[in-house]
Design a protein around this ligand. Structure first.
Ligand SMILES: [Fe+2]
Length: 403
């Protein structure tokens, strides 16, 4: 986040001696400083102080290829995926099912049953965004803990070592792994980084890490690191959560969709008013309960639109989604770039005169086409692309299909 945060103890001057109380033990009298930066030395960074050297690799074990299995590389079909059909799994990483991918991101769903406590995880390839659809718990990181609940986005910058604890076994998450850093929208920030008055949220809405854990322990600590699409297992000789203090701008945080303040108008507002996060390669938008457009002749349903340059993915969270006819919680629609899409038959007419919506949804618009994985195909309803047809036009295009 483009604001400063600090937890624990740090020396008054950076890059200076920071002595352990009592002179330390056999691991040296000083804390070990680590600069944790992004984009070379040009992006946001934090300075952290470890009890032990953070470099003590004891063993390098196996690597597992995590490359998603593709079913459709050149997709031209609008699709609807039934997200809650994703089977739960005990392990947090094994529960993650990639659905839609390109060279910039992985978009997937997960239903983890168990907390991740038996090893530590770091994604060195990508920033991660989690959206908590069901469940609550704590994201534990080397920079502190971010508690989470239904409706929270968790943004975990690349390289953050973390574990995740769930309060129950019934958890449903959306996740995005982004090779481009995930930021709040630039147009909502001034040149100092502060969120401006017209932004739909502000710094007070950001859940910062708290309750820094400092474990002064040596032994065997398994860390799984995602790098170049493979999951590498390394054993470290000291507990990864051994930071006594840190400060800076690079840290994981949470933001609740319930704190997104919608921007409305007299006529239909374009999708960017819902924008919550930006990257160089996609945007994330939040659809939340709001008053509809109030021009006397307003049409609250969206107009047909050609997102000619981007694929649009909407994950339906809750409420009655006004522009669609047959949508339930956990459904995902994919509207590929290149062809227009719009309200379902009757939805435009139905929306006229309506005063408000109670919908919640998360939208990811990618600037490059998405490929469909084998797992996505298994939960694809297979007929959504025809859902814009009036009843009397439905059926096979026999003139062409029989030839
Ligand atoms: Fe759209």
């Amino acid at each position: 986040m483009p604001f400063y945060h600090s937890l624990g103890q740090i020396p008054p001057k950076r890059h200076t001696q920071f002595e352990k109380p009592g002179g330390g033990r056999n691991d040296g009298p000083f804390y070990y400083e680590q600069l944790f930066g992004t984009i070379g030395f040009d992006g946001m960074s934090s300075l952290m102080y470890h009890v032990h050297r953070p470099t003590m690799v004891r063993e390098v074990l196996e690597s597992v290829d995590m490359t998603p299995k593709l079913a459709v590389e050149k997709n031209m079909l609008a699709r609807k995926l039934v997200g809650f059909s994703i089977e739960p799994a005990d392990d947090y990483l094994e529960s993650r099912v990639p659905l839609l991918v390109n060279n910039d991101l992985v978009f997937g769903l997960a239903a983890p049953r168990q907390s991740l406590t038996s090893y530590f995880y770091k994604n060195a390839d990508a920033d991660e965004m989690l959206f908590i659809h069901k469940g609550s718990g704590r994201l534990r990181t080397l920079l502190g803990t971010v508690p989470f609940e239904y409706g929270d986005y968790l943004v975990i910058p690349r390289g953050m070592i973390y574990q995740i604890e769930f309060d129950t076994t019934d958890n449903r998450l959306l996740y995005v792994e982004s090779h481009s850093p995930i930021y709040t929208p630039k147009r909502y920030r001034n040149h100092f980084g502060q969120l401006l008055e017209h932004a739909p949220f502000c710094e007070r809405d950001i859940k910062r890490p708290q309750d820094l854990e400092t474990h002064d322990e040596t032994g065997d600590f398994l860390m799984k690191i995602k790098k170049q699409g493979s999951l590498h297992s390394l054993v470290y000789a000291s507990h990864p959560f051994d930071v006594v203090g840190w400060d800076g701008y690079n840290f994981p945080y949470g933001f609740s969709i319930f704190n997104f303040e919608p921007i409305t108008g007299r006529v239909h507002q374009p999708p960017p008013v819902h924008q919550t996060f930006q990257t160089d390669t996609f945007v994330v938008c939040s659809f939340v309960p709001r008053l509809f457009d109030y021009h006397p002749k307003a049409i609250p349903a969206p107009y047909n639109h050609s997102n000619i340059d981007s694929d649009e993915v909407i994950y339906y969270v809750d409420g009655d989604f006004m522009s669609r006819n047959d949508i339930a919680q956990g459904h995902i629609t994919l509207h590929p770039g290149g062809i227009p899409h719009g309200p379902a038959p009757g939805a435009m007419e139905r929306s006229i005169g309506k005063k408000e919506t109670q919908e919640y949804a998360v939208m990811v618009d990618t600037f490059r086409p998405l490929m469909v994985t084998e797992q996505a195909l298994r939960i694809d309803d297979g007929k959504y692309y025809k859902s814009w047809l009036d009843e009397n036009l439905n059926g096979q295009a026999t003139q062409y299909i029989n030839k």
